[in-house]
Ligand binder design. Structure first.
Ligand code: EPZ
Length: 434
């Protein structure tokens, strides 16, 4: 299994470019199931989760060309022939976002068999709200042998209120509703930019959607959708990770190809800590930190609140702030696995239920540490970039799921980071991830 070797101490200086958003690309790729025509997606990130989704669609009979070699990472997907509409466990167990094919498959061909994703490192990750919504739209859902089977001659429009705000639940049912008979009203929806990005693609395919990006979405079902071309949003979590990388290394970093409007909660917290974050162009942020940081409290919330996907990275920064930071994780029940690894590097962090108390500033020292999930891995890279000595990060396949060329990008702005590969391991032999 690949490892990262990171020597701390270098401030990051220069310009670092953000890739397309993995969490937009995944629902947008699933949306291609809704039409027989070709769908072209640009700015798809070259990360392992996208490869997993490619395999999933191909296993169902779709033609998928990720097109990374081409300009704009132009991906073409054609789901004309869905010979085997089954999301198999071997694939679903490595990426729970596979459940995003449920709604589109039932909407397009009237049935779907999807392996239940099971839990993952950060929590139980149920999909009960996806199921409840589809049943309200008239689908018959049975569960056996670890698979969910959904059937409907044609879904019908319904009024669905999400008991909990769910990002992929909103996306899944939005994709079900666009081909349903009649109007669907979705309430208490997720407002994440990735929902609006998916809706933008669906609209360009001929869907009739109002309110995407707000908590209430209204959909007028149509009988069919056509192909389209769509450019994926920049990845706001990668951009946020780079902002913290510039801050924690006391550097002067320009984060390019990002959307500052998607980063409000993080920018506010960084500013409170004494970090300078300036919008220097519509798609560029400049981050600088050259003096002691102030400790601030933070609670993760659904968008536009502070993103749970930035919690681990923020915690690494909090170890370098003077004072006590209380970090509350409100979204997932087990998203503090980076804590013990940060403590092994010298951080002073105590966890009580969903609250982690960080006492800084602590000098971090290099250690051999283990990645446990995608964002926890990013947190350890950030900590290693300020730790004394050389840190070895194991199981970096977690990083490869959602960060494109991460070590190359960081090296290009001064980080001392290199990948140590294991010639025998392949990503496919990696144990399941989130
Ligand atoms: C999406 O996951 C993201 N993944 C996650 O990013 C992100 O952390 C999460 O949203 C929250 O922002 C993708 O978009 C592919 P949820 P999702 O449904 O949709 C509960 C990353 O690092 N819930 O919004 O699976 C659930 O248990 C990943 O890129 C139910 O109870 O998350 C959680 O407590 C990690 N029943 C809360 O809702 C359901 O049917 C929010 O989960 C669905 C969710």
């Amino acid at each position: 299994m690949d490892k990262f070797v990171i020597r701390g101490g270098n401030p990051l200086v220069g310009t670092i470019r953000v890739s397309g958003a993995k969490n937009s690309a995944l629902p947008c790729m699933a949306a291609a199931l809704l039409t027989e025509d070709e769908v072209i997606l640009e700015n798809i990130p070259q990360v392992h989760d996208i490869e997993t989704e490619r395999k999933l669609l191909v296993s169902m009979g779709a033609d998928v060309n990720l097109g990374y070699g081409r300009a704009q990472h132009r991906t073409t997907i054609c789901c004309k022939n869905l010979s085997d509409p089954v999301a198999k466990y071997e694939i679903v167990k490595t990426m729970r976002a596979s459940s995003l094919v449920l709604g589109p498959l039932v909407a397009r061909i009237g049935m779907a068999r999807v392996a239940l994703p099971g839990g993952c490192a950060i929590g139980g990750r149920p999909i009960d709200l996806h199921i409840k919504g589809l049943e309200k739209m008239g689908a018959t859902i049975t569960q056996e042998h670890g698979y969910l089977e959904a059937r409907a001659t044609r879904l019908k429009g319904a009024h669905i209120f999400f008991d909990k705000i769910t990002v992929t639940g909103t996306e899944d049912l939005l994709m079900a509703a666009v081909l349903a008979d009649g109007e669907t009203l979705l309430e208490n929806c997720a407002r994440e930019p990735e929902v609006a990005d998916t809706a933008a693609l669906l609209t360009s395919m001929g869907a009739k959607i109002e309110g995407a990006g707000t908590s209430t979405i209204r959909v007028q079902g149509v009988t069919s959708l056509h192909g389209a071309r769509h450019r994926i949003n920049p990845d706001r979590i990668e951009a946020g990770t780079f902002l913290i990388a510039g801050a924690i290394t006391q550097g002067d970093l320009i984060v390019d190809n990002c959307n500052p409007a998607h980063l409000g909660a993080l920018i506010d917290k960084l500013t409170q800590m004494g970090v300078s974050v300036e919008t220097i162009a519509p798609d560029q942020l400049r981050v600088r930190a050259s003096h002691p940081l102030y400790a601030v409290d933070m609670s993760t919330e659904e968008y536009p609140g502070f993103p749970t996907d930035m919690q681990a990275q923020f915690m690494a920064l909090a170890t370098q702030a003077d004072g006590v930071s209380q970090i509350k994780e409100n979204i997932f029940e087990n998203r503090f696995m980076h804590v013990q690894e940060l403590v092994r590097m010298g951080a002073n962090i105590k966890v009580d239920g969903r609250v982690a108390t960080v006492r800084g500033k602590t000098t971090l020292s290099s250690a051999a540490v283990m990645c446990s999930d995608l964002r926890a891995s990013a947190s350890l890279v950030l900590a290693a970039m300020v730790a004394d000595g050389e840190t070895i990060l194991d199981r970096v396949y977690h990083m490869d799921r959602g960060y494109e060329r991460f070590e190359e990008k960081l090296r290009s702005v001064g980080a001392q980071i290199r990948r140590m590969g294991n010639v025998f391991a392949t990503k496919d032999t990696a144990p399941e991830n989130i």
